[in-house]
Write a protein that binds this ligand. Sequence first.
Ligand SMILES: *Cc1c(COP(=O)(O)O)cnc(C)c1O
Length: 383
Amino acid sequence: MRHQYNLETRCIHGEDRESADHAFGSIPVPIYQAATFSHPGIGESTGYNYTRESNPTRAELERVVASLEGAVDAVACSSGMAAIGLCLELFGAGAHFVCSQDLYGGSVRMFQTIGQERKRTFTYVSTADADLVEKAITEQTKALYIETPSNPTMQITDLEQMSRLAKKYNLFLIVDNTFLSPYFQNPIEYGADLVIHSGTKFLGGHNDTLAGFLCAGNEELAKKIRYLYKTTGACLSPFDSFLVLRGIKTLSVRMEAQQKNALSIAKWLKNHKKIRNVFYVGLKEHPGYEINRKQARGFGSMISFETDTEETARKVLENVKLISYAESLGGVESLITYPMLQTHGDVPKEVRERLGITETFLRLSVGIEHIDDLIADLNQALR
Ligand SMILES: *Cc1c(COP(=O)(O)O)cnc(C)c1O
């Protein structure tokens, strides 16, 4: 897809400047806090009828996100999980999915409960290994479901390889692109059919709004998704649409600043005597470094690491002052989580431990505070 403007400009204006013109010359899009819109005449419409289906504030947000992802269309949902639920609605009973083995815990919960009750089945493999993915494909397989980098062990999956497999076996390629955001990675360019975002994270960027997106790579999927979207109703409110749109205006500067901080922290952690392993895609020794460099413009700002003992891990969580011990990620505030108890609490213990998500495993989302303050905080918490 050819764009008139560069990514940084499209974060602010979308694909073209004219579509962002508003009544009275208002620079930001007004918040159209309306559930319903009157019709000019019988059988006529202003383009908007009822907000479950569409709303001018949300439509602007959707245009911007579709532009950033190079998608035909994007629908804005009330949360990332609502977007994932909507995506699953595209598939009927009997559909089988091959998934990355360390998906976001909420996705695993949805697949293993609601998904299975609706007769869909899921196989989890290391999608970093294309042979394992190919072996897991069956007659019933309808889609590959990927996170790269994965959550929380930061494994990288080769999107071109996945796209080749998807074409060979006539599958949909679905990518949850939350961790790098469209600023650093555009899976549709590499053959993805569907891209999912938790807009709560980098897109919103301020830890203040829940949102989700389902982006379609072609017109046929876009049409089906629009129909499911207005029918199931998990749409983003006009005010929250405004907040996420406002967040996206600074996506480029936030992503760059967060990544810069994350690289410094990853290098610092690597040399700390109480730290065993650091998982950060931006470190050259990361096994997925080269593949990520081929398919993404950056490494992001998510770091996982292992401490020497469980006691150290617990101390870090209890002693951080500037960094908050909280779920979520991607915002301007740095947050640290205990995946074993929080994001991956619902993943079966033996699966969790096989992935290395143990009592010494922590995940840090690096914000835009001054690097010296962040390192000083980690340093005192690790003492
Ligand atoms: C947070 C998250 C989700 C779920 O999004 P919500 O907005 O919390 O519903 C899905 N995938 C990934 C990778 C996430 O980090």
